[in-house]
Design a protein around this ligand. Structure first.
Ligand code: CTP
Ligand code: CA
Length: 227
């Protein structure tokens, strides 16, 4: 009901959101992935749509119901996510990169199920996936780029390094080891790091409330820029 009181302050804006994990296939029955549920990204997508934005949601595999967005673009692997994002980013004035992208993928996917043999255990050989957010950071334009950093230690140092390396406007950092934060829970405890060096810890809040707060932050950064 609270959402209904908000003005459509994102009307005319196209917001690209990535959410969920990626899956990197080993063979037809196995993959490498991570614990991302997609909840944070879906909450942002739903909140932006509620506030009048045209939302493009690029989503890895999740168990969540599809939110009411203009376009839902399902992907599986990091490479597919990169292609989807690069195809559509030109339309977006804001990007929220909430997806947990697998950093590595198996160098090859076996055509058939790998059978356990009598000999040595197989070694899984991996190669780097593209860093989608870093690629976005290299594009020109006035588009707002918001990244996420899930850390287990040295939260501020690690997140600040990512903010700089990927040329972001804002990074949303959370310590996944804290209770009430991180993967597959309804709330989050995050620290916001801005490009100008400011950093602000937000109290624990629902991912829905945080989604609206992050959209407020994005609008505020845009306003400051146009001054
Ligand atoms: N990201 C991305 N593409 C990748 C890896 C990460 O777009 N291949 C994005 C994530 O969506 C997130 C941000 O980069 O918004 C930070 O992701 P994270 O995994 O925390 O950082 P990495 O740069 O991958 O560093 P590391 O995993 O070593 O901490
Ligand atoms: Ca990573």
């Amino acid at each position: 009901a609270r959402g209904l009181l908000r003005p459509a302050d994102l009307a005319g804006e196209t917001v690209l959101v990535t959410a969920g994990p990626t899956r990197e296939e080993i063979d037809p029955v196995r993959y490498i992935s991570n614990y991302s549920s997609g909840k944070m990204g879906y909450a942002i997508a739903a909140a932006a749509a509620r506030r009048g934005a045209r939302v493009l949601l690029v989503s890895g595999p999740t168990c969540l119901p599809r939110p009411a967005v203009a376009e839902f673009i399902p992907v599986t692997s990091a490479v597919e996510m990169r292609d989807a994002v690069m195809n559509r980013v030109g339309e977006a004035g804001m990007v929220f990169k909430a997806a947990a992208v697998a950093d590595y993928r198996p160098i090859r996917r076996a055509e058939r199920k790998i059978k356990k043999g009598a000999g040595e255990a197989p070694l899984l050989e991996l190669e780097r996936n593209p860093d989608i957010l870093a690629e976005l950071g290299e594009l020109n334009g006035s588009r707002l780029l918001i990244g996420f950093a899930a850390e287990t230690d040295q939260l501020v140092a690690h997140a600040a390094a990512k903010l700089k390396a990927k040329n972001l406007d804002l990074i949303v950092a959370n310590d996944v080891t804290r209770e009430g934060a991180g993967f597959d829970v309804e709330t989050n405890i995050v620290r916001l790091l801005y490009r100008d060096g400011r950093n602000l810890e937000l109290p624990q809040m629902s991912k829905t409330a945080l989604a609206d707060r992050l959209l407020d932050e994005a609008l505020e950064i845009k306003r400051q820029r146009s001054e």
